[in-house]
Write a protein that binds this ligand. Structure first.
Ligand SMILES: Cc1cc2nc3c(=O)[nH]c(=O)nc-3n(C[C@H](O)[C@H](O)[C@H](O)COP(=O)(O)OP(=O)(O)OC[C@H]3O[C@@H](n4cnc5c(N)ncnc54)[C@H](O)[C@@H]3O)c2cc1C
Length: 404
C-alpha cells in the first residue's frame, strides 16, 4: 500500500519527485515514476472517492488508442471498471444538411477506435494501480496547499500548509505541476501564459436513454457550434452542446422538460427516447504556458496547455506529456542540474510543438465551422466531400486524431 496522507511524517521530508495535482494526468504520471523506482509525493487538493462512481457520469473523456496503450504500460488501464468505459467502433462527423463522413474500426482494420470514460473512473483507476503496485514509492498529501517554491540548482524547496493547517516543507529534485488549467505551480514558477477565451461555451448534458448503447460517437457542425453525442454504458449518454455564452446561460435556466424539447429541436434525431439526468456548463479557453519548464520545475497536462475540447484531445495530450517526460527521465541523474535542465528543455520543445499543432487544428475547425459565411461554407463542403472520397487521406487524418 502506498503511504496514505501521512502528513506528519512528510514534514521536512525529501522526495525524488513531487507532483502537485493528482488528477487524470498527475496520478498516472506518479504511477510511471514509481515504475522507475523513484520516490514520489503527490499533493492533491481532494482525495478521490469511490462513491463518485455511484453517481451518474457527468465529465467524460474520449480516450484515444495511444493513451490506452500508455495507460496500460503504467498499470492504470485494467482497473477501470468495464462498466465505466464504453468502447466506440465508429465515429461520424458532418455539417448540418450535408453528407456524413464516417470512420469505422473495421475499415481501419482495428479492433476499436477508442473509449469514452468518465473522468472519475480514470482518476480512480490510477489510485488503485498505485495502491496495488509500487508499495512505499508513492506518498500522498490530501487537502494541503502550497504557498511557496524555491527553485534552486540542487533542489526545489516547497513550503505550504497541511489540511490541518500545519506548516510543512518538502525538498525535491523535480517539481511537477499537474494542477490543471489554473496551475499554482505555473504561477509560483513564474511561467507566463498566452491564450484567450472562445466566444462559445460548452454545455454537457447526461441523459438516460431507452435505446441500446451505441457503438458510434458523432458530432454535427452547426453555425451556432457543434452538437455531439458520446455513448456511455448502462443506457447513459453524454450530449455536448457548443453555443454562444448567452445561449448556454439560457439553457442552464430551463426545466428538464424544456431542455429535452430544446435538444429534440436542435440535435440530430436520437435513436429513441431519453430523460435528462444532469448537466453542467464549461467555459472554452485556450492557454499555452510560455515554457513548460523553469529550472527544476516542469508542467504537464492542462497546467501546460488547454485546448478547445471539440475533438476531445485534452487529456490525450496530457498522456503524451507524461510519456515524453518519463522517457527523458528514465536514465537521467536528477541531481545533475545541467543534464536535468537540458532534458526538460527537450521535453518543452517536443511537447509544445505537438500541443500548439493540436490547438491550431482545433482553432481551424472552430473558425471554419462556427459561422454561416458563404466562402467558408463552400470550403468546408469541399473538405468534407474530399474526406469522404479519398479514403487514404481520410484514414491518415483519423489515425492521427485517434492516436494509432
Ligand atoms: C467540456 C470538456 C470536455 C472535454 N472532453 C475531453 C475529451 O473528450 N477527451 C480529452 O482528452 N480531453 C477532454 N477534455 C479536456 C480534459 O478534461 C483535460 O485535458 C484534463 O482534465 C486535464 O487533466 P489534468 O490532470 O491535467 O488536469 P485536471 O483534470 O484539472 O486535474 C488537476 C488536479 O489538480 C488538483 N489541484 C489543482 N490545484 C491544486 C493545488 N493547488 N494543490 C493540489 N492539488 C491541486 C485538482 O484537484 C485536480 O485533481 C475536456 C474538457 C472540457 C472542459
Amino acid at each position: 500500500m502506498p503511504n496514505q496522507n501521512l502528513q506528519d511524517s512528510l514534514l521536512n521530508n525529501s522526495f525524488d519527485i513531487v507532483i502537485i495535482g493528482g488528477g487524470m494526468v498527475g496520478a498516472s504520471l506518479a504511477a510511471g515514476f514509481a515504475q522507475q523506482n523513484k520516490s514520489v509525493l503527490v499533493i492533491e487538493r481532494a482525495r478521490p472517492d469511490n462513491d463518485w462512481l455511484s453517481q451518474p457520469p457527468l465529465r467524460v473523456s474520449a480516450v484515444n488508442r495511444y493513451s490506452e496503450t500508455w495507460l496500460q504500460s503504467v498499470g492504470c488501464w485494467n482497473d477501470i471498471d468495464k462498466a465505466d468505459k464504453c468502447q466506440f467502433n465508429r465515429l461520424a462527423t458532418w455539417e448540418k444538411g450535408t453528407d456524413k463522413v464516417e470512420f469505422s474500426a473495421e475499415e481501419l482494420q482495428e479492433s476499436h477506435l477508442g473509449h469514452l470514460i468518465r473522468n472519475e473512473a480514470l482518476q480512480l483507476a490510477c489510485y488503485s494501480a498505485l495502491e496495488k503496485n509500487d508499495s512505499d514509492k508513492v506518498s500522498f498529501m490530501y487537502g494541503g496547499q502550497i504557498d511557496q517554491v524555491q527553485n534552486n540548482t540542487n533542489n526545489v524547496i516547497i513550503t505550504g500548509r497541511t489540511k490541518d493547517d500545519k506548516a510543512f516543507t518538502v525538498n525535491t529534485l523535480l517539481l511537477v505541476g499537474a494542477d490543471g488549467a489554473n496551475s499554482k505551480v505555473r504561477q509560483l514558477a513564474k511561467i507566463g501564459v498566452t491564450g484567450w477565451d472562445y466566444q462559445q461555451a460548452c454545455f454537457s448534458i447526461t441523459i438516460k436513454t431507452n435505446f441500446a448503447t451505441q457503438d458510434i460517437t458523432w458530432q454535427e457542425f452547426q453555425p451556432s457550434g457543434p452538437k455531439a453525442f458520446l455513448p456511455l454504458n448502462d443506457g447513459f449518454a453524454s450530449l455536448i452542446w457548443y453555443d454562444s455564452k448567452s445561449t448556454i446561460s439560457a439553457l442552464k435556466g430551463l426545466s428538464d422538460q424544456a431542455l429535452k424539447q430544446a435538444i429534440i429541436e436542435t440535435f440530430p434525431e436520437l435513436p429513441g427516447d431519453f430523460d435528462i439526468i444532469q448537466h453542467a456548463s464549461f467555459p472554452l479557453t485556450r492557454r499555452q504556458a510560455n515554457q513548460y519548464n523553469n529550472g527544476r520545475i516542469v508542467l504537464v497536462g492542462d497546467a501546460a496547455h488547454t485546448i478547445n475540447p471539440l475533438a476531445g484531445q485534452g487529456v490525450n495530450l496530457g498522456y503524451k506529456d507524461n510519456a515524453t517526460l518519463l522517457s527523458l527521465m528514465q536514465d537521467s541523474d536528477l541531481k545533475d542540474f545541467d543534464r536535468l535542465v537540458k532534458s526538460l528543455k527537450r521535453y518543452t520543445i517536443k511537447r509544445k510543438a505537438d500541443s500548439l499543432l493540436m490547438s491550431g487544428v482545433m482553432d481551424g475547425f472552430y473558425h471554419l465551422f462556427s459561422n454561416d459565411k458563404a466562402p467558408l461554407k463552400k470550403a468546408r463542403g469541399v473538405m468534407l466531400s474530399l474526406a469522404n472520397h479519398f479514403s487514404f487521406a481520410k484514414k491518415s487524418v483519423i489515425k492521427k486524431a485517434l492516436g494509432f
